[in-house]
Ligand binder design. Sequence first.
Ligand SMILES: [Zn+2]
Length: 101
Amino acid sequence: MKIFTAATPTEAHIVCELLKSNQVSCEVRGEGIFGLQGEVPFGENSEPYVWLLDNDTLPLAQAIIADYQQAHLGEQWQCHQCHESNEAQFGICWQCGATAP
Ligand SMILES: [Zn+2]
């Protein structure tokens, strides 16, 4: 089942790796059509998401994602150069390498 919809493929992979490190089987899906945004109808279907492979791990996965979102809520900064959103813990933009404000 779909457990997390990410704003960017990078975020989808971060969450997926976080889940995997807690023995939750998952994979990133939907990122293949991410690059086509603008050509396909915009919406949730065009965003990358994390797919849970084992529904038995759903409660654990939800707890991990809740922790992740809590930790990152409102802590993103927007790059002044390319306007990409970056996680607070990164000192430079993952997209273009500009330094955080
Ligand atoms: Zn940037």
